[in-house]
Design a protein around this ligand. Sequence first.
Ligand code: IMP
Ligand code: MG
Length: 209
Amino acid sequence: MAGLPRGRNVLLSSPDKRPKRFGTVVMNDATPTLDPDLEVIFTPEAIAGRLNELAQEIATAKLENLLVVAILKGSFVFAADLIRALHRVGLAPEVDFMTLSSYKKARISSGQVSILRDMDLDVRGRNVLIVDDVLDSGRTLAFAKDLIAARGATTIRTCVLLDKQLPRAVNLEPDYYAFLCPNEFVVGYGMDVGHRYRELPYVGRVVRQ
Ligand code: IMP
Ligand code: MG
């Protein structure tokens, strides 16, 4: 750093001229960067606290040889945090993934669920916990449950981050859920609209497009 004045703030590179997607409202180090197009519904702290409770609930079921099946893409952040919460309560689940599609790009369910990428592990004789982000019509979870049952799992439980509590298209209620969710399209914490917002550490509703 020869030649630079010492003890002062020195601009080492030119200011970043790229457009900013976020209007930052920094309240403290733990406050996430807020997107002006979103309103926070569940904060990172609320989610973390609730996941610890959920893990305790799941642990009381004493599921031997537990296999967590995360439904991608939307549940990847939730599943990642949930398995670490399960570890903290002494469980050691195996984990697999299945990519299902029902929404495509639209916000309205097409009603048809398809497997985009199947899981690898054999579910025969296993206690399976299916993990998904949102329970809405119930079609996605019902599809996954039926498939895993047909493949010979011993027990199947379902766990969702958000239960929308709408009249379901199928008869299915989750065994575990983190939060009841308002009947609005939500994003963040793994969930997207048009591939955006998955990276956000909170769950929010879109208030501007
Ligand atoms: P269901 O099949 O109608 O129950 O819809 C569940 C699937 O739709 C979930 O796996 C989500 O990926 C997606 N989904 C439903 N509601 C939302 C939402 O508000 N935001 C993001 N994804 C959603
Ligand atoms: Mg999904």
